[in-house]
Design a protein around this ligand. Structure first.
Ligand SMILES: [Zn+2]
Length: 68
């Protein structure tokens, strides 16, 4: 008998993260490890490229480069 039941094979349409600033959907799937995400701000959340570069341009990301 052929079971017409596709159990366990649901097409996983992974949800995308939303930008924490403008709430637009990014192209980062929610199951992406944080370490592999682009435009992810630690302590803040996921940003879209636009907001990321806006913040970047505004000098928000002040990673200390002179640690010596
Ligand atoms: Zn945004």
């Amino acid at each position: 008998m052929n079971r017409n039941h596709e159990a366990g094979h649901t097409p996983v349409h992974s949800e995308m993260e939303r930008c924490v600033l403008c709430w637009r959907e990014t192209d980062i799937p929610k199951d992406t490890p944080v370490s592999r995400r682009k435009y992810y701000l630690e302590g803040q959340g996921q940003l879209c490229a636009k907001c990321y570069y806006e913040l970047y341009g505004a000098g928000v990301f002040r990673y200390t480069q002179d640690t010596e």
